[in-house]
Design a protein around this ligand. Structure first.
Ligand code: ADP
Ligand code: ZN
Length: 731
């Protein structure tokens, strides 16, 4: 499968792609000693030195006498041709300039710097004449641990001595000081350690995935099963097979807060922790991870979507856990969906993809129906736990005061769990204290100065915060509009306000609020989650954050405060999202031995989506959703793209939007339609006005080429920006 990479002799004409926004491959001459295709190089560009990758032979479309030489080849394994191909195809698909794609693949601190060194200590020759107890301890520690490359501090700690004792032994020659690269290898993950005893359907699914990994070919499998059915155990067996084949495995998780639990499970299965790649990883560690992956010595990586761009030597498997999760869509910079890019990357690497979910996206569901993906189903929860019973609480009969949201029925149910020493979760997908702050005297609502969004009161932080741009302000005691004193009032519930209500209703219960903004760091949030899992709370009040994969064994009741919340608005994906979110949240209950129940407060319990959530008939739900989308020619049965125009000048965005809408010949040629311009779902963010056009085309239409032709004639003046979002999340 592996052909040897092309080599360019000294002085040969080569094409180099740089990370500078120039958007074409530039001609250079190969450096002294030649270079391989894919080599990371430093090249002159005008007066500067810039980073680039040898992309292929030179184009020769430049005055040959002016072609300059590569300055130096960097000390990093050359980029493999599969990764080059991946960047090219991903760039074509998302209509992203190649320089921007290359930047995604070169986010390695200190790339090409000489390896940074540190001093380590080993056993030297002979024993000291005067053997003190401290000296003996140092030598004993080295005899025992000498293979581990200990630093001065580590050795001193292991031996229980001061560092000067060690330095004394170095002078005597009894201990040797050596220079060693700081970037040390990851501990070995052993795929042959015993796995858990798999249940029948788990074992079948695992065997099937093992065979697919062994084949060495590309393939995508949807691993479908309710939360707690043991999908993770199953795909870890696919990882094991991949490691046995000597290939590398990548597991993508939607949320960093989930990694701690996952690392522990990997350690239990393989005897050591894998490499990590996400925003919580330090620069030094990133450098080490990037390098070890490039050298092929990191066997397994768990990471966020950006891990797709790492320089794997032999990628054999990509797992996308909770594949339906919207956070896989990158919404800033390069707009890509990590799930789709995982499939692309795997197809270029002859690797397997496992998409795991309890509530797959409609896209994935449709691909499985069409036979493009294989589908494996785990039918029941692992062991004795069963999916919770789900019921709607009809809120129309409830006469709740305007500052209460927990119905009497829900209150009684929660109290029962608390009394029984079990846990209850109250779910509300709204951060902060109240979504609206209004003046009772004049009706003024406090909005963000820079965005078309309300300022949300966060009592915990004692600020009003804009959830779009993060701008914050003190909570006003005077109306900013009519200046009336003491009339500003919160309207509607956020999790903080719900917690207040719960404190009143359940004065003896220990209440924990899980909302991303209430913890200073990922570590603090992780500690809170662990505390809850170990029984440190009776009632959990949470946002979307709790829906994602956490395991709370004592949790037996989930109360959804407002099951209708996601159904409002005009987004065609509203039904899909609500269905997924409600099923995920409900799935938090009853994960251990005790059965769970989920109660959904709703003002429209007959709504077809609410009904589908309650009866859990997924096949029917997806079939109905699919029929509707198919009839409307909407994704995944048709193609969509969103064009977002933004500027500080509202006139300019609309002028450009209208011009685009009028001159749509390039789109009509492929039978595509354009809708808009209309204000984007959030019409102003950070002081920039945003206008959206939606383009809809048939499934097979060459959409990207048409879009490129369509927008090409326009020069963007001033601070006007145009972004193209292929397969937008909302439409
Ligand atoms: P999912 O990924 O489908 O949500 P998990 O793999 O996390 O499910 O499994 C749910 C729980 O059941 C976990 O605590 C897991 O350790 C346990 N479990 C799953 N399969 C087995 C097994 N074969 N033997 C023992 N425990 C298992
Ligand atoms: Zn704002």
């Amino acid at each position: 499968m592996q052909s040897s990479p092309t080599f360019f002799e000294t002085g040969a004409l080569i094409g180099v792609l740089t990370t500078q926004p120039l958007d074409r491959v530039l001609d250079y001459r190969a450096p002294e000693g030649g270079c391989f295709v894919g080599a990371f190089v430093e090249v002159p560009l005008g007066p500067r030195k810039v980073l680039g990758v040898v992309w292929g032979p030179g184009q020769g479309n430049w005055d040959i006498s002016k072609v300059r030489s590569v300055i130096r080849t960097l000390d990093a394994p050359p980029m493999r041709e599969e990764l080059q191909a991946f960047l090219t195809k991903a760039g074509d698909y998302t209509l992203t300039p190649m320089s921007a794609m290359l930047r995604l693949a070169t986010r390695a601190p200190g790339l090409g710097d000489p390896p940074s060194m540190r001093k380590i200590y080993r056993l030297g020759d002979g024993r000291p004449e005067r053997e003190t107890d401290a000296r003996r301890r140092v030598l004993a520690a080295l005899e025992e641990l000498g293979g581990l490359s200990l630093t001065l501090g580590e050795l001193a700690e292991a031996a229980g001595v001061t560092q000067s004792v060690i330095k004394g032994l170095v002078k005597l020659g009894c201990v040797r000081e050596e220079e060693s690269p700081r970037d040390t290898a990851f501990p070995y993950l052993d795929p042959d350690l015993p796995s858990k005893d798999l249940a029948e359907d788990q074992a079948q699914a695992a065997a099937h995935l093992r065979d697919k990994v062994k084949s060495g070919n590309y393939g995508t499998t949807l691993l479908h099963g309710v939360t707690g059915s043991g999908k993770t155990e199953v795909y870890l067996e696919a990882v094991a097979e991949c490691l046995r084949q000597g290939r590398q495995a990548l597991v993508l998780l939607p949320e960093i807060a989930l990694t701690a639990e996952f690392l522990t499970r990997v350690q239990e299965r393989f005897g050591a922790k894998p490499a990590e790649w996400h925003s919580g990883v330090t620069m030094t560690e990133r450098r080490r991870v990037w390098k070890m992956i490039g050298e092929g010595s990191a066997q397994m990586v768990i990471g966020a979507r950006s891990a797709l761009f790492l320089p794997f030597q032999q990628l054999g498997l990509i797992v996308v856990d909770e594949e339906h999760d919207t956070s896989y869509k990158q919404e800033e910079g390069v707009l890509y969906n990590a799930r789709d890019m995982a499939v692309l990357r795997a197809s270029l690497n002859g690797a397997q993809v496992v998409l795991a979910s309890a509530t797959p996206s409609l896209e994935t569901w449709a691909n499985a129906e069409a036979g493009k993906y294989e589908k494996l189903t785990l039918k029941s929860r692992f062991g004795e736990s069963v999916m919770p019973e789900m019921r709607a609480l009809d809120m129309r009969g409830e006469k709740l005061p305007s500052d209460r949201w927990i119905s009497e029925q829900l209150r009684v149910a929660v109290q029962m769990r608390v009394d029984a020493g079990e846990q209850a979760l109250l779910f509300l997908n709204r951060r902060g204290y109240a979504p609206i702050t209004i003046c009772r005297a004049c009706g003024h609502q406090v909005g963000c100065e820079h965005c078309d969004a309300r300022m949300v009161e966060h009592r915990f932080l004692k600020r009003l915060i804009c959830h779009q741009c993060g701008e914050s302000a003190p909570i006003p005691d005077k109306c900013p509009s009519c200046e009336a004193e003491g009339r500003m009032a919160p309207v509607g519930p956020g999790v903080e306000r719900l917690a207040e209500e719960a404190e009143k209703l359940f004065p003896d219960a220990r209440i924990s609020v899980l909302s991303s903004d209430m913890y200073g760091s990922a570590r603090a949030l992780k500690a809170e989650i662990e505390g809850i899992a170990n029984g440190g709370a009776d009632i959990i009040i949470g946002t979307q954050l709790v829906a994602k994969g956490h395991n709370f064994p004592l949790l037996t009741l989930v109360g959804v405060i407002d099951a209708d919340l996601g159904l409002q608005g005009s987004d065609l994906r509203a039904a899909e999202r609500t269905f997924q979110l409600m099923r995920q949240v409900a799935g938090r209950a009853g994960r251990a031995v005790k059965p769970g129940i989920a109660l959904l407060q709703s003002y429209q319990p007959e709504h077809p989506v609410i009904r589908a959530i309650l009866n859990g008939d997924e096949e029917n739900f997806w079939q109905a959703e699919a029929d509707e989308r198919r009839a409307a020619g909407m994704p995944p049965f048709g193609r969509m793209a969103a064009i977002i125009l933004s500027s500080t000048d509202v006139q300019e965005v609309f002028d450009l939007g209208n011009a685009l809408a009028r001159n749509d010949a390039a789109l009509r040629r492929i039978g595509a339609q354009v809708f808009g311009p209309a204000p984007a779902p959030i019409a102003r963010v950070r002081g920039r006005h945003r206008v959206r056009l939606l383009v809809k085309a048939d499934k097979g239409a060459p959409l990207q080429a048409a879009l490129a032709d369509w927008v090409r004639p326009y020069k963007l003046k001033g601070d006007l920006r145009l972004a193209i979002d292929i397969d937008p999340q909302s439409f």
